[in-house]
Design a binder for this molecule. Structure first.
Ligand SMILES: NC(=O)c1ccc[n+]([C@@H]2O[C@H](COP(=O)([O-])OP(=O)(O)OC[C@H]3O[C@@H](n4cnc5c(N)ncnc54)[C@H](O)[C@@H]3O)[C@@H](O)[C@H]2O)c1
Length: 333
């Protein structure tokens, strides 16, 4: 492999700066940016003084001409599958923003392409790199987990949904709060306590009725094959963005309350350990982009298998799609 990885990025919108900042911090070479809106790509290029980065509006042309080792996908949800599959077919490594995709059919196509590819697939679930979430995972692995509850309470108004034509639509976003804002917390639930086998869930649209066609609130009760129950509540009708919370009952009898900014073992007064903040990002959705991207590149360079691959990144997609299928009835994931 060349001295520097050649990296290209598709989708120069809101999250793209987190990727570019991290790519530059790793010292790899960002060769090209692509966006259907040239102005978005130009603005990103200017913001990070990327004098040598070429700009494209056609991502297929960019892949063909630039021949990147790694492709970052930061586009609206409905485009992830097509872009992942094509880049993997070309044996490129792909780092895809969450959610990996928006349907089980798409997930199947991605997993098939990943299996045949010499490239690696990584999914950007950066909360797994938060120090408190790592500490929780260690405790749960050591002790076993009896059950857990999680909440995601954020605020998204009509103005947010007007910021992109894909937002709030079933066809392009694939859903609402569950597939977009809360998917990180669903991923943490299954990472810490195990992948559930079934769910009973309800999805509502109360806060943004008439504004978006997808849900703004969900409740879900997941169950694993060992009978562990994982309860979940997410809404974008909150008073503001609160930091998502996981409360886990360990088999040792202890309980842990975990947020990106708080780690409490036992009773609230017993032990509170605020952790060092990480660089970039926002506390509510995690600051782990750089750590994840560094780790992904390290796996690409050394040929070791990156753990948050298609199967692993697909688990939270399966959980979300189960919530949408359930409508109050138990469904298998
Ligand atoms: N990991 C996180 O915490 C986190 C946070 C925010 C967003 N995201 C994810 O990042 C992705 C992008 O979200 P965003 O908020 O940046 O969206 P955005 O709408 O701000 O940006 C998307 C960009 O993609 C471009 N685009 C659309 N179609 C394209 C195409 N065919 N080819 C090239 N470019 C195209 C758009 O013009 C736009 O500039 C989503 O999957 C979102 O869920 C992840």
């Amino acid at each position: 492999m060349a001295e520097q990885l050649k990296v290209a990025l598709i989708g120069c919108g809101a999250i793209s700066g987190n990727h570019v900042g991290a790519i530059l911090a790793t010292g790899e070479k960002l060769v090209a940016l692509c966006d259907v809106k040239t102005d978005a790509a130009k603005a990103l290029k200017e913001k990070f003084s990327l004098a040598d980065a070429a700009i494209y509006t056609d991502w297929r042309e960019m892949l063909q001409r630039e021949d990147p080792d790694v492709v970052h996908i930061c586009t609206p949800h409905y485009l992830h599958a097509e872009m992942c599959v094509e880049a993997l077919k070309q044996n490129r490594s792909v780092l895809c923003e969450k959610p990996l995709c928006i349907s089980l059919a798409q997930l199947k196509q991605i997993l098939a392409a990943e299996k045949k590819s010499r490239g690696q697939l990584g999914v950007c679930l950066q909360n797994r790199y938060e120090p408190n979430q790592i500490a929780l995972k260690k405790l749960a692995d050591a002790s076993g987990c009896k059950g857990a509850s999680a909440t995601v309470i954020w605020r998204r108004d009509a103005e947010y949904y007007a910021s992109g034509d894909w937002r709030g639509t079933k066809k392009m976003e694939g859903g609402g709060v569950a597939i977009n804002q809360a998917i990180h917390t669903l991923d943490l639930l299954q990472w810490v306590c195990g992948m559930p086998k079934s769910v009973v869930a309800h999805a509502f649209n109360d806060h943004l009725k008439g504004v978006i066609e997808v849900e703004d609130t969900v409740t879900a009760l997941f169950e694993t094959s060992e009978g562990k129950r994982l309860s979940f509540y997410a809404t974008t009708a909150g008073a503001k963005d609160f930091t998502p919370e996981l409360s886990v009952r360990l088999l040792s009898g202890e309980t842990v309350l975990c947020r990106n900014d708080l780690f409490v073992v036992g009773e609230a007064s017993a032990k509170v350990t605020p952790k060092e903040p990480m660089l970039g990002g926002k506390l509510v959705w995690g600051k782990g982009h750089e750590a994840l991207i560094r780790d992904f590149y390290d796996h690409v360079r050394t040929g070791r298998h990156f753990p948050i691959d298609g199967e692993e990144g697909g688990k939270s997609v399966r959980m979300v799609l189960g919530i949408y299928r359930s409508n109050g009835k138990p469904v298998t994931l």
